[in-house]
Design a protein around this ligand. Sequence first.
Ligand code: KIV
Length: 271
Amino acid sequence: MSVHQSAKRITTQVLAEMKANGEPIAMLTAYDYSMATIVDQAGVDVILVGDSASNVMAGHETTLPITLDHMIYHASSVVRAAKRALVVVDLPFGTYQGNSKEALNSAIRIMKESGAHAVKLEGGHEVKESIERILTAGIPVMGHLGLTPQSIYKFGTYTVRAKEEMEADQLRADTKMLNDIGCFAVVFEKIPAHLAQEASASVACPTIGIGAGSGCDGQVLVLHDMLGITQAFSPRFLRRYLDMGEQMNGAIQQYVKDVRSRDFPNESEQY
Ligand code: KIV
């Protein structure tokens, strides 16, 4: 039996074993109890309570406005649903950069108040001290390199990162550093597939790609994007598994029609 089939509960150790065994890791985002229940029951290994909640749930243009309190609210709903998956929560913008003590306090609040199993934060050498301090408290950390949406105003665009050799070298060095200091996994977002493959092969910890090709040890997508609930967003890397937005629209239009025509409720739907 494969590692993920025999695991009753996914832990950071199980993910390491999956990489060692060549078993790809499936990760998806979720932000609420109902969706997380479906995601968990479908066999996803890692549920990411991403700060993409800022876009998907709250309608903001970027991930910057979401707060630690918001993330804890979303995370505690997801934790109540997850019976098997490892739940990882994003540290939001402004809660860990440049101050390792604040980073530790933020991570402790997430773990204590939501019951999540790990945190994720964006960046490499710039946030090394923060990661090291969080790790000293026994809190597992997932790194995130390449396109880091919390730095969108520095980048200026959401295009592919690390195409130039200098940035690619920095990514290689940051991947090694994150692995060496003890991160249990690293997300690669929107980087060339050959670079992601090379960096993945160079470290023991699993890498999870989004727009980073098939050479990563696992893949992640934003749930609402892959289900077709968000419709305006369609980057090349996104595979849509459902047109749920369309289907929901049709169902809701039918409901409105049924109410207006007094078809709903019928005899058997009343007391
Ligand atoms: O916030 C998020 O959803 C993420 C994924 C895109 C990796 O960080």
